[in-house]
Every structure is written in C-alpha cells, then in structure tokens.
Design a protein around this ligand. Structure first.
Ligand SMILES: Nc1ncnc2c1ncn2[C@@H]1O[C@H](COP(=O)(O)OP(=O)(O)OP(=O)(O)O)[C@@H](O)[C@H]1O
Length: 262
C-alpha cells in the first residue's frame, strides 16, 4: 500500500477547455507506482491534452490534479518525472549534439552550484547505450532520422533516472526496430519498478509490458482496465478505428518544458 505522496498522478474531475471548447470533460485518473498505463483513443480525443494536464503543462479549467501528492504548481521533484514529448524541437537554430540533448535530461538532478559529475556522465553514456546511439553522440541531432530523434528523446528521459516516465506517442512514425527497442527498454524499466504513462495509437510490440489501458473518447474515460486487445475491440460494437498519427502541427518543447505554454 502506497501513501498519497507515492501516487504518481491523481486527477479528479479534470477539465480543460480551449477557447470555450471542452477537450477534457471530467477525467478521474490515478496512476500508482509500477503501473504501465497506455492512454489510447482516436485522433483528437484528448490524450495529449491529458498528458500535458497531468504534468501541469496545460492548466486545468476545472477539477484538480496531483503529482506525487502536490499540485503541479507546487511540485518541486521534477527529477522524478521523465517526459518524452511527441517531437524533438531544437529551438533558435542552435545546433545541439545528441550527447548535449541527452545530457539536458540531467538538469533536474543538478544543483546550480555543482558542475557535471561523474554520475551525470555515466547516466548519459548508459542512456546512449540503451538506445544504441553511442556512436552518434557527437553528431548534430538534426542530422538524425525521425526514429533516431525519438530515441534521443527517450535517452534524455532515461538519463534523468526518473521514477515515472510520461511518453507522448513514443512509437508514432518510428521504424519497427525503434519500436522494438522501446519495448525492450520499457520491459527493463518495468523490471526496475518504474511507472510509465504513455500515449499510443497502437500498442504493437509494447503490448506485453502494458498493465492497464485507459481509452479516452471525446475527453472522457471510456474504458479503464485491461488493455483492450485489437481483435476483441474490432469485434465489439461501437469500436472506433484508430488511424496512424497525422502530421503534427505543434511540436513538443525540448527544453524548459515544465513551463512551456502551448
Ligand atoms: N492549445 C490548444 N488550443 C486549442 N485547441 C487545442 C489545443 N491543444 C489541443 N487542442 C484541441 O483539443 C483536441 C484534443 O487534442 P489532443 O491533442 O489532446 O488529442 P489527442 O487525442 O492527443 O489527438 P492525437 O492522437 O491527434 O494527438 C483537439 O480538437 C485539438 O485540436
């Protein structure tokens, strides 16, 4: 039994509206340590908004949400969360190497006074190894393929050695090899007792590691429990087909994401 402060996320009647248009319409969602939760649902159902609201990146217009027992505005233990946004965004035309982006995952663990430690360097190297990009560490991230950039984002989260991973469509638009690599990485994290919340259109190779499926439909929780199996789903009346992800018009922030408006 975990205390309230050990519950990774607890949203009660969470509501978000954009320009008066309701997108989340009263979400109740509690994520406990060690759970591997897939947020599923059709395009536009509100999955990304839910993820961003759980992290406090999008403010609720109603209800409340807690991260390890604190409202996002008062949450201080950002090192506990590893966020993998939908897309890599390197701002300002400043070239960054793969290693620099991955190393930025250590920032929440570093004090302002302390320079990069041996532990930081070791965590960055091991994250690069885990996603098999050690040989590309010195290359500009812009020179990598989409799938490789996704791996960089995953490595950045791994480098921070958080308790909880929040991944927004980590498998969207990536090659089969990267999908399998992510599945293997997740399996290791799960063995290590980590908590994972991820958005997915199709679980694919991730399916074996998912412990719970939460289906969002029109801003509400339509299913919460065993991950729905594709065959069973299709046989069920009212099944909504999920289509591959459309091109994103907005990219996830790379740095400073904790306060990034959208
Ligand atoms: N910042 C915003 N301003 C206005 N509308 C928004 C904003 N963010 C999301 N929306 C709208 O909210 C709805 C839900 O979007 P959201 O991205 O959460 O859905 P999703 O389930 O993640 O979809 P997808 O699978 O396409 O990523 C959509 O209609 C979208 O256009």
């Amino acid at each position: 039994m975990y205390g309230m402060s050990e519950t990774a996320f607890a949203m009660t009647n969470g509501r978000v509206s954009f320009d008066g248009k309701p997108v989340l319409r009263g979400i109740d969602l509690t994520v406990c340590p060690g759970e591997v939760v897939a947020l599923l649902g059709a395009n536009g159902s509100g999955k990304s908004t839910l993820v961003r609201a759980l992290l406090g990146l999008t403010p609720l217009t109603g209800g409340k949400t807690l991260m390890y027992g604190s409202p996002p505005g008062r949450f201080r233990d950002w090192w506990r969360i590893g966020y993998v946004p939908q897309r890599l965004q390197v701002g300002g035309g400043v070239p960054a190497t793969v290693r620099e982006v991955v190393a930025s995952g250590r920032i929440a663990r570093q004090s302002r006074l302390r320079r990069t430690s041996a532990a930081d360097k070791a965590a960055v190297s091991s994250a690069l190894e885990a996603v098999r990009l050690a040989d590309r560490a010195g290359d500009p991230v812009q020179s990598l393929s989409g799938g490789q950039q996704q791996r960089v984002l995953i490595a950045r989260a791994l480098a921070g050695e958080p308790d909880t991973y929040v991944m927004d469509e980590p498998t969207a638009g990536v090659d089969a090899e990267t999908q399998q690599l992510l599945a293997d990485t997740l399996a290791d994290l799960v063995l290590g007792g980590k908590t994972v919340v991820l958005v997915a259109h199709e679980l694919g190779p991730l399916e074996p590691v998912i412990t719970r499926g939460v289906v969002i439909r029109e801003g509400r929780v339509a299913h919460d429990g065993r991950p729905p199996r594709p065959e069973g789903d299709c046989a069920r009346p009212g099944h909504e087909h999920q289509h591959p992800h459309a091109a994103e018009t907005t990219a996830g922030p790379l740095t400073g994401w904790q306060g990034e408006p959208r």
